[in-house]
Design a protein around this ligand. Structure first.
Ligand code: SF4
Length: 332
């Protein structure tokens, strides 16, 4: 709720602060238990900073992050440092690159078992049997336990990362571009694995990606970010078929279509550069790139308002959301 994280820009020999990059600027959203919220936007829009503040790898400057733990709301943003270890049993992260997120000098059994050992949950034979169950759960053969990460392909490594993340039975798993570094042929296997595990274990996912086709496949609801702010949130079907923010429309237009009749030069890439996050434009941050901008857009930042709440909430931050007829795409 109202989450903010600003990074100071230091210049000169004395490191004088000359401004701030508003990486996360007054962001509010919720994730229901057992659902997947997709968080999309171009690189540098603040998605990963949100993930890091939820894990308290970064301390937010302002705002609250509530998590329902056994019917009690714990404010992660205000949690003292000595309670963070306990919190991290409930929130785990799956990183983008399985080639760098595994220690090359540790065997698979030690990598997956480490969180259980460090948190004094299991050791010896008990630890081994939990690790074996986790291997089964992510579809890896038990004989791989004594191998080192270099012996595995990208997809297999990401399965090891997922097993390690699940070892502590977390409630929330933050997936930060978990398939971006994998071959296209492997991506759907990992996405389907994540979806199966969610069903089996009632996991809740915050799924960060810049790839809309991936987000569409896995998410129940989607939030779109632009320059540190959320500009649209809706359930997946509504967001893809009836977007109400011009930025969402432009992102959807740029998605490659699996249609042999569409040539690459017919795709419509999003035009214009992302503005300098340390010096965003006046008014709506998207106005220099928005084909629908009018005068008020250059002066006033639009609030994130409810566009419709007929079935599920649809929130949009655009002065013209009620009048524009924007193009969506058909879900595959
Ligand atoms: Fe475009 Fe104006 Fe809406 Fe911003 S507020 S997205 S500039 S129409």
């Amino acid at each position: 709720t109202n989450l903010k994280k600003y990074f100071p820009i230091k210049r000169g020999v004395f490191g004088k602060i000359s401004g701030y990059v508003k990486a996360v600027d007054d962001v509010s959203f919720y994730i229901n238990e057992g659902e997947t919220l997709g968080l999309v936007g171009e690189s540098g829009c603040g998605k990963t900073t949100i993930a890091k503040t939820i894990l308290r790898a970064l301390n937010p400057d302002e705002g609250d992050i509530f998590m329902n733990l056994n019917d009690e709301f714990v404010n992660i943003a205000k949690l003292p440092k000595n309670q963070l270890k306990n919190l991290r049993k409930n929130i785990q992260m799956i990183f983008q690159n399985p080639f760098t997120s595994l220690n090359p000098r540790m065997k698979v059994k030690d990598i997956i078992g480490e969180p259980l050992f460090v948190n004094k949950i299991a050791k010896g034979k008990e630890l081994e049997s939990i690790v074996e169950e986790l291997m089964d759960m992510v579809g890896l053969r038990r004989e791989y336990l004594i191998r080192y990460p270099h012996a595995f392909s990208g997809g297999q490594r990401q399965r090891i990362v997922i097993a390690r993340a699940l070892a502590l039975k977390p409630k929330l798993v933050v997936c930060d571009e978990p398939v971006a570094a994998l071959d296209v042929s492997i991506r759907s296997q990992i996405l389907n694995l994540l979806m199966d595990l969610q069903e089996q274990l009632n996991l809740t996912y915050l799924f960060i990606s810049h790839d809309l086709s991936v987000v569409q496949h896995i998410s129940d609801r989607v939030a779109v970010m632009y320059l540190g702010k959320i500009v649209e949130i809706a359930d997946t079907e509504t967001l893809f078929q009836q977007p109400k923010h011009p930025y969402t429309e432009k992102l959807l237009e740029a998605v490659p279509k699996p249609d042999p009749n569409i040539r690459a030069d017919q795709l419509k890439p999003l035009e214009g550069e992302v503005p300098d996050p340390a010096n965003p434009p006046e008014g709506c941050y998207f106005h220099p790139r928005c084909p629908y901008a009018i005068n008020i857009c250059k002066k006033e930042y639009p609030k994130l308002n409810i566009y419709s709440s007929v079935e599920s909430e649809h929130l949009v931050a655009c002065h013209r959301s009620s009048e524009l007829k924007l193009n969506g795409i058909t879900l595959v």
